[in-house]
Write a protein that binds this ligand. Structure first.
Ligand code: PLP
Length: 439
């Protein structure tokens, strides 16, 4: 067989701009990944800016007359904030830090939604002072607290986050739509209704609508259809008990993406059409004005646009399997050790005529669960010095990275139109040392 036939076969879950090159290298948005390794080192996150933008546009096209608020926790840096803003998206933030970064880029506060199940008094004050567009109420205690922070003569728009009691999402750790978890207010025990009444009784607060978020990595449309129906019915109950038709309905995010070759993400067009039709029909049936939809995708905007690059350090044959150890791990790739998330990997940088071998790609951290891919298939002659790419790491990687073992967090390199630039620089040991103020 010609060696060229052995060049990595790309396609989903790799970003559409990822192509294999004849010498075994691969390119993303026209930039050689081996060139990125040479210029910026490993481990490194690479992010295809055009792919992020394309995904923003796809959301706007699938959901016209809606507000798309990118969930910043998936990945945020100044460049990212500026890309989503210029594509017409708003921002969903859930900490004072995310809010501060967004504001530092000049992101319009009115286009920001502030979330959190335990917002501190300081975070609430910062959100009110900044003039964020919506604050999402997630517990009863914060209602009075928030109202007291709003200056006389102003009204702060809020949404109340309710638990729709729908179980969806790929792992228990990321399911947030059911009763037995910490987010939102229960409809079953009356907390959600109590929150709605209390907000409506506060002069400083304006109840704009209801919010729910089912969980994450959901690839079926049906849970959203069910949520849309349930939530419109809740809006009708509020209209019936309090005589107000709330104008907004925020259905959260959680849209699944492909991490493996045989996986499919959420069908965005079907999602948009189904959810809009469901909301319109149910509202019509209940005699309600159709609420404006708010959608908060995070993973589905940035995830598929990212690739992680690692250098292989060691190969070890165990009794049951072969370990390929790289120069990163759970500190920059946390989801596998957290809840067993699976990833596609490929070797880049040289051609191999060796057959495939099933291996476990592990990191360099001091935990036996420090895994990047449990069941990778790599060339049998993989050796130290080779470079591995991991697909779909644009969301919940950099943002969840830690400095465990005092390792430095990788940089984020943006690629677009054949050009690469660092948008978040590599952390260095001075950064780590600076916080340690000594004896
Ligand atoms: C995490 C989160 C999102 C985004 O979730 P994705 O799975 O990244 O789309 C949106 N809204 C809320 C309230 C969230 O907590």
């Amino acid at each position: 067989m010609d060696v060229l036939d052995r060049a990595p076969v790309l396609g989903a879950p790799w970003a559409p701009s990822m192509r294999s090159l004849p010498d075994g290298d691969a390119e993303l948005a026209g930039v050689s990944l081996m060139e990125i390794v040479r210029r910026f080192g490993t481990p490194t996150y690479v992010l295809d800016e055009a792919e992020v933008r394309r995904r923003c546009r796809a959301y706007r096209a699938a959901l016209p007359n809606s507000d798309i608020m990118y969930a910043a926790k998936a990945f945020l840096c100044r460049a990212m904030a500026s890309w989503v803003r210029s594509e017409g998206l708003g921002l969903d933030v859930c900490s004072g830090g995310e809010l501060a970064l967004a504001l530092a880029t000049g992101f319009p506060a009115a286009r920001i939604v502030f979330h959190g199940n335990a917002k501190t008094p300081r975070e609430l004050r910062e959100a009110v002072d900044a003039g964020v567009g919506r604050i999402v109420i997630d517990n009863l205690a914060e209602i009075n607290h928030l109202a007291a922070l709003v200056p006389a003569g102003r009204r702060q728009k809020v949404l109340v986050r309710v638990i729709p009691d729908i179980e969806a999402g790929a792992y228990a750790a990321i399911r947030t739509g059911g009763e037995d978890q910490k987010f939102g207010l229960s409809m079953a025990n009356g907390s959600a209704a109590e929150a709605v009444h209390r907000v409506l009784d506060q002069r400083g607060l304006e109840l704009a609508g209801l919010h729910c978020h089912l969980g994450s990595q959901i690839s079926e449309v049906e849970p959203y259809e069910l949520a849309a129906r349930t939530m419109v019915e809740q809006l009708a109950r509020i209209r019936d008990t309090r005589g107000v038709a709330l104008p907004e309905l925020d259905l959260g995010g959680g849209h699944g993406i492909a991490y493996l070759h045989d996986e499919r993400g959420l069908d965005l067009e079907r999602f948009g059409a189904t959810v809009r039709a469901t909301v319109e029909e149910r509202a019509a049936g209940l005699g309600l004005p159709v609420p404006r939809l708010i959608i908060e995708p995070g993973r589905a905007i940035s995830g598929p646009a990212g690739v992680s690059l690692y250098r292989v350090i060691a190969i070890k044959r165990g009794v049951r399997r072969t370990f390929v150890a790289v120069d990163g791990g759970m500190s920059d790739h946390p989801r596998t050790s957290l809840y067993g998330a699976r990833y596609a990997t490929t070797m880049i940088g040289r051609l191999s005529t060796a057959g495939p071998r099933a291996v476990t790609v592990v990191g360099h951290h001091c935990e036996s669960g420090d895994t990047i891919a449990e069941d990778a298939v790599l060339p049998a002659d993989i050796r130290p010095g080779d470079v591995l790419a991991v697909a779909a790491t644009g969301a919940y990687h950099h943002s969840m990275a830690s400095t465990y073992n005092l390792t430095c967090r990788p940089p984020v390199v943006a690629v677009t139109g054949g050009q690469a630039r660092v948008v978040v620089r590599r952390e260095d040991q001075d950064d780590l040392m600076r916080r340690d103020v000594g004896l």
